[in-house]
Design a protein around this ligand. Structure first.
Ligand code: DOR
Ligand code: ZN
Length: 341
């Protein structure tokens, strides 16, 4: 039995800095299976902050794809919005073909030490307006930086008033709430007219039990961290129902086993088997027919052409390797029911 899927879009992925060892090794997993991917700008030590940075990064990605004989893949470039971003930064980036600006609130995840505080985000009216004017998408890591009185599991829900403010104040700005993890965030996304969301493959399966319920599992740790079974069920419903507003973004974020163990970095490397994992989840929900929609619903948001190519999955068991490129991939050592042909 075969499953024919569109060669769709992974609208949130980390390829890492182009001088890192991971960079040439991880791109192919995404580039072979998707026609485009939105590439995150939180590279270290040098984040992607301008159109010129994005141009150089795009060329390096395309060179890797080309060297590996991969065709038909378009990296969609982002810049990170920091305190120093101006309307001119936006206009120049737009001219360079950058399609989205990404906000990391200060200190909430990997390489976000240059992120925005909520008050500084709310002062950047001219930047949000400049993005709306050129049709650049605002991608949000939707977690509020912790304060002394803030509980970390509430960080996403605590960010929702900021999302509401952005949506209402800049009603022509397209906003994507990235990797949502809570029932409350899903509800807000569906309610606010100019707001969309990505959901990862891992958040459709994991709960906090997988991270801290038994022995601590650093390889199941990502930001935002997986939440309750009820939250996970709300995500399952949202992803599999065929919504126009909710689409796939893997947030595939490789960290070496060594750095996971030494520093506890957040991030799950899901790119190698993301499609197979999604097929399992959608099949278990009895919603396999809606998987093509989940893989392509983001196209109108990013003005992407309709997918014409297809990817075939066969019903064949495969074991996920325990280690790939010194990284433990998502579902390492487990047997999956589907395999990309
Ligand atoms: O788990 C995560 N890892 N979440 C993010 O927002 C960033 C990412 C990374 O860059 O490793
Ligand atoms: Zn991410």
């Amino acid at each position: 039995m075969n499953l024919l899927l569109p060669r769709g879009h992974d609208l949130h992925v980390h390829f890492r800095s182009y001088d890192s060892k991971l960079f040439p090794n991880v791109i192919g997993y995404t580039a072979r299976r998707f026609s485009s991917a939105l590439v995150m700008p939180n590279t270290s030590p040098n984040p992607i902050l301008t159109g010129a940075d994005a141009d150089a990064y795009r060329h390096a990605i395309l060179k890797v794809a080309d060297d590996q004989g991969i065709t038909g893949f378009t990296p969609l470039m982002t810049i990170q919005i920091t305190e120093s971003t101006t309307p001119k930064t936006i206009a120049d980036a737009h001219t360079s073909g950058v399609v989205a600006g990404k906000v990391y609130p200060l200190g909430v995840t990997t390489n976000s030490g240059n992120g925005l505080t909520i008050p500084s985000l709310m002062r950047k009216h001219d930047v949000w307006q400049a993005m709306a004017d050129v049709g650049m998408v605002l991608c949000l890591h939707g977690e509020r930086p912790f304060s002394a009185n803030e509980f970390c599991l509430q960080a996403e829900v605590s960010f929702l008033p900021t999302l509401q403010w952005l949506s209402k104040t800049f009603c022509l700005l397209k906003i994507v709430m990235e990797h949502v993890t809570t029932a409350e965030a899903v509800e807000e996304v569906l309610r606010l007219p100019n707001v969309y969301a990505t959901i990862t493959a891992h958040h459709l399966r994991l709960t906090l039990n997988d991270v801290i319920g038994g022995n601590l599992d650093p390889h199941a740790f990502c930001k935002p961290v997986a939440k309750t079974p009820e939250d996970r069920n709300a995500l399952l419903l949202a992803a599999t129902c065929g919504s126009d507003k909710i689409f796939f973004g893997s947030d595939s974020a490789p960290h070496t086993i060594e750095s996971k163990h030494l520093s506890g970095c957040a991030g799950i490397f899901s790119a190698p088997h993301a499609l197979e994992c999604l097929a399992e989840v959608f099949e278990d929900e009895g919603k396999l027919d809606n998987l093509p929609k989940f893989l392509t619903a983001g196209a109108p948001v990013y003005n992407l052409p309709a997918s014409t190519e297809t990817i075939t999955l066969e019903r064949k068991e495969q074991e996920v390797p325990k280690v790939l490129h010194q990284v433990r991939p998502y579902r390492a050592g487990e047997t999956l029911r589907w395999k990309v042909v």
